[in-house]
Each structure stands twice: as C-alpha cells, then as structure tokens.
Write a protein that binds this ligand. Structure first.
Ligand SMILES: O=C(O)CCC(=O)C(=O)O
Length: 268
C-alpha cells in the first residue's frame, strides 16, 4: 500500500496494521525489560507513590504469579525504562505515524498493557478520547504486540468506522473476566473485528475508534506497548480543576525540541 492509500484506509476505517516492524531481538529485549519492570514493581514499598503507575489485576484472587506482581498495566513507561522510551520513537513505527499525522509528533501516553496468563481481565469497549483531555479528539493510539496475540489471550477487538460515530459515554473499562465487553444494547457490534497480531507488529487506531479486549484464560500472557501520538494542532483542554499545563515529549519534528509544555486551553 502506498502512503496515500494507508492514510486513506486509516481515515476511512479508523485503524491500520503495521506488520513485523520489530526484529526478533528487539521484541526479546522488550520482554526482558518487562521482567525487570515486574521486579521493580515488586521492590516498591507499600507507601511509595510510584506504585500508582503499576496497577495490579483488580479482580484476581491473587496479587502475585510465579513470585512477580500480577500487573494489569504500567503507566508512564518512558519514565521507568529507556527501552520503552526509545520504542516510542522506533523509526519504522514513526514513519507510519507520520504518514497519518504529519511530521510534528508529540506523545500523550506511554503504557504497557499486560494481560497475565489465566488472570487477564476484560477491557470493556470504549473510545480512548472519551477519557483524554485533548481537543480535537483525533490522536493515534498504537498498540504494539510484544508476544503473539489472539482471541485466546485477549487480543484487541475494534469496530471499523466507529470513529465516525462521535464521542460517547462508556464508564468503567476494567471488568472482571466473566463480564461482557459491554452492557450497552444500542451498540452495533455487527462489524466487530478481532485483531490478532504477531509479536513485533502494531495496530494503529484513531482515538475515537471503539475497541476493547476479552479476558485471558490461556496459559500465555499478552504483553502490549501502547503509545498515543498527536500533532501540535491538538490542544490540552482539561476538565475543571485539571492541571494548568502539561509537559509532553516531542517524538519527531518540532525543530528538534525535546519536549513541549502545553498550557490548558480555556473553554470556549
Ligand atoms: O490492550 C488492550 O487490551 C486494550 C487497551 C486499551 O484499550 C486502552 O488502554 O485504551
């Protein structure tokens, strides 16, 4: 597909797959880093404020698996890991994100979603932008598979073209393993598509695309690095009481600056 065709597909369908952009060695390095981050999480004292970035699976009966904390996700990974800081700027990935958003790229989010073997909970359907103080709601979320993902270990599912539905209300995303991906009866699931990915591949989706993922009852974990990118035309518009400014890293362009501080936009 040409760059123009990729962009057209993304704008129409709301998602795009980038197959096998990482080498086997790069994937193995990330997997080893995930082990290290689990050990780090396990070493944090009860009252360490950093623990809020390491979320334990909320519904599992146990908090550990094979001597490691049973983590559902790690937020702000770029602060804890050079490997995951650098992965956000992987040249092959960024080439594709530039096709979708242009040359100036800022990073809104760097997260690891970890669906642990046998315990990974449901991620209910939602639109990312419904939870983010960014306006217009047109960021690109990139979900990088660090091991093979399939319906068995709870791969992502998306509703193509749902970014054209407008922003909606969703509620609590983390749900117990036996819960459905949605309680909403008005949601048109006729085009719901599972997105199995080989390790080292990525799914990119518009931040208004409705997506979610099922439980992991398999013996295989599902590890995903998530990043969300935006161009400088998107403004920071927090709810009342939100921080007055937000500093974000520059991933590409912006005259080579390392970071940018966004001032909260005043409500119109
Ligand atoms: O990777 C997943 O299972 C879902 C992640 C997701 O939807 C999110 O973090 O917004």
């Amino acid at each position: 597909m040409t760059a123009a065709a990729q962009r057209e597909f993304f704008e129409d369908q709301g998602y795009l797959v980038l197959e096998n952009f990482m080498t086997t060695e790069e994937v193995a390095t990330c997997e080893a880093e995930i082990e290290r981050l689990h050990a780090f999480a396990g070493s944090l004292a009860e009252d360490d404020s950093q623990r809020r970035n390491f979320q334990i699976e909320p519904y599992a009966e146990v908090e550990e698996q094979a001597g490691k904390p049973l983590l559902r996700k790690i937020e702000e990974t770029r602060k804890y890991s050079d490997i995951f800081r650098d992965l956000a700027a992987h040249p092959k990935l960024i080439d594709r994100v530039r096709t979708l958003l242009g040359d100036d790229l800022l990073l809104f989010r760097s997260t690891l979603m970890l669906k642990p073997a046998l315990h990974g909970s449901v991620h209910a359907f939602h639109q990312d932008s419904a939870y983010w103080p960014m306006d217009p709601p047109s960021l690109v979320t990139v979900s990088i598979a660090l091991n093979d993902s399939s319906p068995d270990n709870g791969c992502i599912q998306v509703i193509p073209e749902s970014h054209k539905w407008g922003m909606q209300d969703w509620g609590l995303i983390a749900q117990d393993k036996d819960k459905p991906l949605t309680e909403r009866e008005d949601l048109d699931l006729s085009r719901l598509t599972s997105m199995p990915l080989q390790a080292g591949s990525a799914l990119m989706f518009h931040s208004l695309v409705v997506h979610g993922s099922g439980a992991n009852n398999s013996p295989h974990p599902r590890h995903t690095a998530l990043y969300a990118y935006f161009p400088p035309t998107v403004t920071y518009r927090p709810k009342q009481g939100g921080a007055a400014e937000k500093t974000v890293p520059v991933i590409h362009g912006m005259d080579g600056r390392a970071e940018v501080t966004l001032k909260a936009a005043v409500a119109p």
